[in-house]
Design a binder for this molecule. Structure first.
Ligand code: FE2
Ligand code: FE2
Length: 390
């Protein structure tokens, strides 16, 4: 079973549980009901429902496929293919990819399996994590480290958040780790901790984790326990990697003591953890979340610079992030001084304020044209907020 938001649901979805009004508790539709367009419209207008429990891809593949209509199957295809499609688009952006689609897919499978194992027996197989992490590190180390850019998976479905977020934070942490010259052994620990940093969220009730409304202080306190739950799961699973365990427990701690769960300070927080915290914040800001909209990569980098300035995040790691991602990271949409609307596609080393961009709309340039802002006489005038771009 997976959860989809009512506003994203397409006709043809089949409920895997009785659907109840979230405030009144009355059953609206029975388990097994296939929702039509009219049913979805009714739910939107008459009931307090924000999430629907629906079949997973696997359940549908296991024999139920004919029961769903074409609309649904195309919606479900999204679950897997979206990451891959996103990445296939990238060669067009002329940015060297960090790792292959096959490995990303394997990593996603591993994270999904870990979550299932935890649901079943409260622990996961640490070997499967180490195996995929060392494959990823091998592949990254084979490439010129100066020539890579992390590819962050786009989230299209909240129920996939845990998976895509784990992989993104692992990739981004590795990318930072390489730029900080960590050795292979340390990179493996770093990616292991990063991939598992939010594993404790498996123990948080979905209604709280994916809540669309503002959380009550009590619910927020429950969410804040996920680092402790994660640490316990890692111990229970005999991960036997102290660095990774610390990253799981401390990734929400901040150097000035303002973090949670323990309010640790300065040296009590490891360097590895500082890397994961920054990768985590970057991905959290740029990814759509249940309780806040996705924001521009520019906003994420600015927030990290600000938090480093406030003494919360490690300034050395933040500097590496800025140097490597640039001030206008890939994906940032902006207006140039002649009114052209462009998207950043690549950094210009040493010229952080003049990235390479692709034209989205312009009176002067062709749509899709590639411009190197270090070579032309135009400057970035403003950055467009995410909701303005779509
Ligand atoms: Fe977390
Ligand atoms: Fe996280």
């Amino acid at each position: 079973m997976r959860w989809v938001r009512l506003k994203d649901a397409l006709p043809g979805v089949v409920l895997t549980e009785d659907l109840k009004d979230e405030q009144e508790g009355v059953v609206i539709f029975k388990k097994g009901k296939k929702l039509s367009n009219a049913d979805i419209a009714l739910l939107k207008s008459k009931w307090n429902v924000s999430w629907l429990p629906v079949e997973t891809l696997d359940e549908i593949e296991e024999g139920n496929y004919n029961a769903v209509d074409a609309t649904l199957s195309s919606a479900i295809e999204l679950k897997r293919s979206i990451y891959i499609e996103k990445m296939r688009e990238l060669p067009d952006y002329e940015v060297p990819t960090t790792i292959s689609v096959e490995i990303i897919k394997k990593a996603l499978d591993t994270v999904e399996r870990i979550v299932e194992e935890i649901d079943e027996r409260g622990a996961f197989n640490p070997q499967s994590v180490k195996r995929i992490v060392s494959e990823v590190v091998n592949e990254i180390q084979e490439k010129e480290s100066s020539n890579i850019q992390p590819i962050l998976l786009k989230l299209r479905d909240y129920s996939d958040y845990t998976y895509t977020h784990s992989i993104n934070v692992a990739m981004l942490s590795l990318y930072l780790g390489i730029n900080l010259d960590l050795n292979r052994e340390n990179l493996i620990s770093l990616a292991t901790g990063a991939m598992l940093h939010d594993v404790g969220k498996c123990k948080i009730p979905k209604e709280i984790l994916f809540s669309e409304r503002k959380l009550t202080p009590k619910e927020f306190a429950i969410i804040k326990k996920h680092p402790i739950f994660g640490y316990e799961i890692a111990r229970e699973s005999s991960l036997n990697d102290r660095n990774a365990e610390e990253m799981i427990l401390d990734h929400h701690e901040r150097l000035d003591g303002s973090g949670y769960p323990r309010g640790k300070k300065g040296d009590e927080i490891s360097f590895f953890t500082s890397i994961v915290s920054i990768a985590d914040e970057y991905d959290a800001i740029t990814t759509m979340r249940a309780y806040s909209n996705a924001r521009n990569p520019y906003i994420a980098v600015s927030a990290i610079i600000e938090d480093a300035g406030l003494g919360k995040l490690n300034p050395d790691v933040a500097n590496v992030l800025v140097k490597s991602m640039g001030i206008y990271p890939r994906g940032t949409v902006m207006y140039l001084s002649d009114g052209s609307k462009v998207v950043a596609i690549q950094q210009n080393p040493g010229m952080l304020v003049r990235p390479i961009v692709r034209v989205l709309e312009s009176e002067k340039f062709e749509k899709g044209e590639r411009l190197d802002l270090s070579k032309i006489d135009l400057i970035i005038e403003s950055v467009i907020k995410k909701n303005e771009t779509q």
